[in-house]
Design a protein around this ligand. Structure first.
Ligand SMILES: Nc1ncnc2c1ncn2[C@@H]1O[C@H](COP(=O)(O)OP(=O)(O)OP(=O)(O)O)[C@@H](O)[C@H]1O
Ligand SMILES: [Mg+2]
Length: 140
């Protein structure tokens, strides 16, 4: 539900998301609408194969829908919002498989996704340390 306090509508919104695989043989999502407000904490639950990962991939700009759209602060992903900049600046994913680079320390692994942003190296390391601290992993 949209917050009465946000004049611009939901922070993140999906409208009529359809995602098919295998040339339409698999319908992973059949018209999903969702609205998420800033600061809202949302969990998606459902049986295995019900489309949770597919929905997260579309909301996170990792994949594109067969039909429907995702709006970030009212602007459509892949159109008004560039997917590369959305992924690198607005969205964070913690995957079930962590895909860590084994030769790098935790502090370095966190910085890998920031390397394309041309951030100052000190700022990058400080941001990585802050993120690890926030997750309770600063000692890692
Ligand atoms: N790349 C793909 N190619 C073909 N079918 C796929 C692909 N990814 C997902 N599917 C199918 O889409 C449906 C939804 O899958 P999805 O992975 O989103 O479910 P899930 O709810 O995340 O399941 P789980 O709880 O097992 O992680 C399933 O039928 C799955 O087999
Ligand atoms: Mg899944």
């Amino acid at each position: 539900m949209s917050s009465p306090f946000s004049a611009r509508g939901p922070f993140l919104e999906a409208r009529g998301l359809v995602k098919s695989y295998d040339e339409g043989r698999v319908e992973a999502l059949r018209g999903v609408d969702v609205e998420i407000d800033a600061g809202e904490f949302v969990a998606i639950s459902g049986p295995s194969g019900s489309g949770k990962s597919t929905l997260l991939h579309l909301l996170g700009g990792l994949d594109t829908a067969t039909q429907g759209k995702v709006l970030f602060k009212g602007s459509e992903l892949g159109k008004a919002v560039d997917l590369d900049s959305y992924r690198s600046r607005q969205v964070g994913f913690i995957f079930q498989a962590f895909y860590l680079l084994p030769t790098l320390r935790a502090l370095e692994n966190v910085q890998v996704a920031m390397l394309a942003l041309h951030e100052n190296a000190n700022h990058r390391a400080e941001r990585a340390a802050a993120l690890l601290r926030e997750m309770g992993l600063r000692h890692a």
